[in-house]
Write a protein that binds this ligand. Structure first.
Ligand SMILES: O=C(O)C1=C[C@@H](OP(=O)(O)O)[C@@H](O)[C@H](O)C1
Ligand SMILES: C=C(OP(=O)(O)O)C(=O)O
Length: 422
């Protein structure tokens, strides 16, 4: 089903609680971290529980272009064999709209002696990368991105520099993660420090530190927002990847909106990813709080916003300015599409998103063709609205392949009728 999806699906509200067992796919964030770390290590690493989706396939393919052997023993594992060094790729690296792969590799290829071009699709070419390029320059690495977004040209001299570097991570924590993961290839210890304390979800940096340590790196926090990395390189290891917490948010949304129960095979408090914190907020539905700070659970905001449309009172999402530079401007996309369902259902106030909420929406038929802006999370979260409202059509359902190729199969497996549409 996932390979040949129709141009649109109209969702038939099930009219009953949805229940069953659904294992979310492996974590995108962790899969793309450990693929890279395994590639930078000498020897073979077995990665299990992995996500196989557009974002991780692009990462694996790029590593393959740089001399790393990436095998796929089964549907959820990779066997990665590296030489302890990446080799210069024969062509530019194309990374679609995978923010993790694009940012992480921009720093990692600086360890190569030679010129590497990191590029992405038309959406990725709108996503800022200048703060990361500036930090590489400060480490003595020649790199430039004339538009401030990909493509980036990196002219590495085989070394990653040393000493202290500051990075402005207010637009993306991925810049910090990228520098941290390349830093064990420094000429000496590298200290990476936040310029200002403003950063999106810190939890993603914690994921990076945990993955690095699992692959033998030595990294210590030297202050609030500064980390010292020793020049150890990485050691091959076997690593099990936990399920994706952002994917889990849709399952929690299904539970909330249908009053059902889904067994994810993992407790919400067992995740190490930041988005798991949204579980407690979604579980308060229909009494979600009036103000939700989304800064530490950014990818869960579209899910929470669509659930909030059915809440008993309005919800204001704050701390979400950098949702404007994700796969699309998610503040605008969520507001636009909620208003398409019912005018006045949401509004932007500066960088806040206010979901006005209307419990009376449930059970109505409000035909709406939801634009998805090439953004998997817009498609997946708005599908939840179709569980309570008749006539919701999701355009370009295949865009969920970025992180959750089986999303529609999952819904169908829970008994939701998806009617192919034009
Ligand atoms: O490090 C990561 O794995 C991620 C960090 C977050 O992005 P930003 O750091 O750009 O906010 C998140 O939105 C993205 O899906 C994954
Ligand atoms: C923002 C996201 O992805 P990325 O930055 O990795 O492209 C996401 O998956 O919601």
């Amino acid at each position: 089903m996932s390979n040949a999806l129709p141009p649109a699906y109209t969702i038939v509200p099930p009219g009953r609680p949805l229940a069953g067992r659904v294992a979310p796919p492996g974590s995108k964030s962790i899969t793309n971290r450990v693929l890279l770390l395994a590639a930078l290590a000498e020897g073979t690493s077995h990665l299990t529980g992995a996500l196989k989706s557009k974002d991780t396939v692009l990462m694996a393919r790029a590593l393959g272009q740089m001399g790393v052997t990436v095998e796929e023993p089964d549907a959820t594992s990779f066997r990665v064999t590296g030489t302890g060094r990446l080799a210069a790729p024969p062509a530019p690296l194309f990374l679609g709209n995978a923010g993790t792969a694009t940012r992480f590799l921009t720093a990692a290829v600086a360890t190569i002696e030679g010129t590497v071009i990191v590029d992405g699709d038309e959406d990725m070419r709108l996503r800022p990368i200048k703060p990361l390029v500036d930090a590489l320059n400060a480490l003595g690495i020649a790199a430039d991105a004339p538009s401030g977004c990909p493509p980036v040209t990196i002219r590495g001299n085989g070394r990653f520099g040393k000493g202290r570097v500051e990075v402005d991570a207010s637009l993306s924590s991925q810049y910090v993660s990228a520098l941290l993961m390349a830093a064990p290839f420094g000429d000496g210890p590298v200290e990476i420090a936040l310029a200002g304390k403003d950063i999106g979800a810190r939890g993603y940096v914690d994921l990076t530190l945990a993955a690095m340590r699992a692959f033998g790196a030595s990294v210590a926090e030297t202050g609030d927002g500064a980390w010292l990395v020793q020049p150890t390189g990485y050691r091959a290891t076997d690593f099990h990847i936990e399920p994706d917490a952002s994917a889990a948010t849709y399952l929690w949304g299904i539970e909330a909106l249908t009053g059902g129960h889904i067994d994810l095979g993992i407790a919400a408090d067992a995740f190490t990813q930041p988005d798991a914190a949204s579980r407690a907020l979604i579980a308060q539905f229909p009494d979600m709080p009036a103000v939700i700070d989304g800064s530490q659970m950014q990818d869960a905001v579209p899910t929470m916003a669509v659930v909030a449309a059915f809440n008993d009172r309005p919800v204001r999402f704050v701390g979400i300015a950098n949702l404007r530079v994700k796969e699309t401007d998610r503040i605008r996309a969520v507001a636009n599409e909620l208003n398409r369902i019912r005018p006045g259902l949401a509004r932007e106030e500066g960088d806040d998103l206010v979901v006005v909420a209307d419990p009376g929406l449930s059970g109505q038929t409000l035909p709406a063709r939801i634009r998805t802006y090439h953004d998997h999370r817009i498609a997946m979260s708005f599908a939840l609205a179709g569980l309570r409202i008749g006539g919701i059509t999701i355009l370009d359902p295949a865009c969920t392949g970025k992180t959750y190729p089986d999303y529609w199969d999952m819904l169908a497996g829970l008994g939701v009728d998806l009617v192919p549409a034009e």
